[in-house]
Write a protein that binds this ligand. Structure first.
Ligand SMILES: *Cc1c(COP(=O)(O)O)cnc(C)c1O
Length: 421
């Protein structure tokens, strides 16, 4: 892929022509603007609908209509095993074995379930280290788990904040904080990518340091899964959770994903809350007393498989399998670097790119802080058919998702900034 960027539109068109993933755009529906496809940079909030999702949903509707309860054991995709149909693709995206992956519930619910399994405060070890400015749901989860155990959030939560005058975290500060609290530390719970700044954290280094301190490490990968390839198993991450409606394109409220390291997942004595879907399939319908979980991440399943919350994920993941996460990431690095290159040409507006410059410390997203005119710029983008996200006090988050965004899309964003302000 071309990486010697140039400022003209012809560069964008050449880069698109040379892009091995260019045809994937055709597999998605785009919101309409004045009769044509909008440019969509909000895949970090809600990914676009893959066109074959409808057929996949219809398949399950057909099974339900034609077989009713027989759909659990018959039909195209027997529902009894529905979680398994997405396991291999997800395992591949996050660097895990299928035994370490399950899907169920939603992200925040799963985070609570993981906290109940992996946060066991004792008199001396009770602290949780997290990033300052974490996604609110994560903050609420940690606050309430602290209270659940009869402790005050302030005594439990240690936040790592940027140094004064800086917007993102330094890995050394994260690691030093872990060191400093090593005697009281129970858990490090970080986002994989901070939703606001777009900073991707060094999960391997954080995990290793947490383990050296005698604590566990878990991550919220809402902005990472499908965006950056990971090696969760190899890095010895204890657990991770994510949602499926951002880069994974599985639709609003789609089923959440969970990784539990084999070391914990294969141990049926790892503490958890139980439900009948966590039993072995062959035991499940005996309806006997005494919960014996499966010796894998599926042993955390509680309720019957949420087929209609999972079907779109199943369909969407086919595109990830075809494209391959390595190629997706390669294009993503180029696309985001191109966006950064163009933005740096602008002299007519004043703004700061909050997201780290190092491609290894970010995914698709760049967060732009406009010192003035932020809202006006956002309005102009929306009026021009470019969908981006705006957060007070002037931050526009631009996430060119490589499966359905092109170099020309990025160029159009730049062109509007260049010609209208
Ligand atoms: C999007 C997001 C969530 C959302 O959680 P849900 O339970 O799916 O609503 C949580 N945490 C982070 C970091 C997110 O980016």
């Amino acid at each position: 892929m071309l990486l010697n960027f140039e400022t003209g539109i012809d560069f964008a068109q050449k880069a698109d022509a040379a892009d091995p993933l260019k045809h994937f755009k055709e597999w998605f529906y785009f919101p309409q603007h004045n009769g044509s496809n909008a440019i969509y940079f909000c895949g970090n909030s809600l990914g676009l609908q893959p066109i074959h999702v409808e057929k996949a949903i219809r398949t399950e509707l057909d099974t339900w209509r034609e077989k009713a309860v027989g759909g659990y054991f018959g039909g195209t995709n027997p529902w009894l095993f529905y979680q398994d149909y997405v396991g291999a693709s997800l395992a591949n995206l996050v660097g895990a074995s299928t035994e370490e992956i399950t899907v169920m519930n939603g992200l925040t619910v799963n985070l609570h379930l993981m906290l109940l399994s992996f946060y066991h405060p004792t008199e001396n070890r009770y602290k949780i280290i997290m990033e300052a400015g974490a996604f609110p749901s994560d903050q609420y989860a940690i606050e309430t788990i602290a209270r659940h155990y009869g402790r005050q959030p302030e005594e439990v939560i240690v936040e790592v904040a940027p140094r004064s005058g800086e917007k993102t975290l330094r890995t050394e500060d994260i690691l030093n904080t872990i060191d400093r609290h090593r005697n009281e530390l129970a858990l490090v719970l970080f986002g994989g990518i901070n939703y606001y700044t777009g900073q991707f954290f060094d999960l391997a280094a954080i995990t290793q340091k947490a383990h050296e301190a005698g604590a566990l490490a878990g991550f919220d990968l809402a902005h990472v899964t499908g965006n950056i390839p990971l090696q969760l198993h190899g890095w010895n991450v204890d657990f991770a959770v994510w949602c499926s409606y951002k880069y994974l394109n599985a639709g609003p409220g789609a089923v959440g994903g969970v990784f539990i390291h084999a070391q914990h997942a294969a141990n049926i004595n790892t503490p958890r809350l139980g439900g009948w879907w966590g039993n072995e399939e062959k035991e499940r319908f005996k309806m006997e007393k005494g919960f014996v979980p499966k010796a894998n991440a599926g042993g955390w399943n509680l309720s019957t498989a949420q087929v209609f919350n999972t079907v779109a994920l199943k369909a969407s993941l086919e595109l990830f399998d075809q494209a391959g996460i390595t190629a997706i990431r390669k294009k993503s690095i180029a696309l985001t670097a191109y966006l950064e290159f163009l933005l740096k040409q602008l002299t007519n507006i004043s703004f700061e790119i909050i997201t780290p410059e190092d491609p290894g410390q970010r995914g698709a997203q760049l967060s732009l802080f406009f010192t003035s005119q932020g809202k006006a710029i956002h309005n102009k983008m929306m009026d021009s058919g470019i969908i981006v996200d705006y957060r007070e006090p002037g931050v526009i988050r631009v996430a060119p998702a490589p499966l359905y965004c092109s170099f020309e899309d990025v160029y159009r964003f730049y062109e509007i900034l260049k010609n209208n302000f």
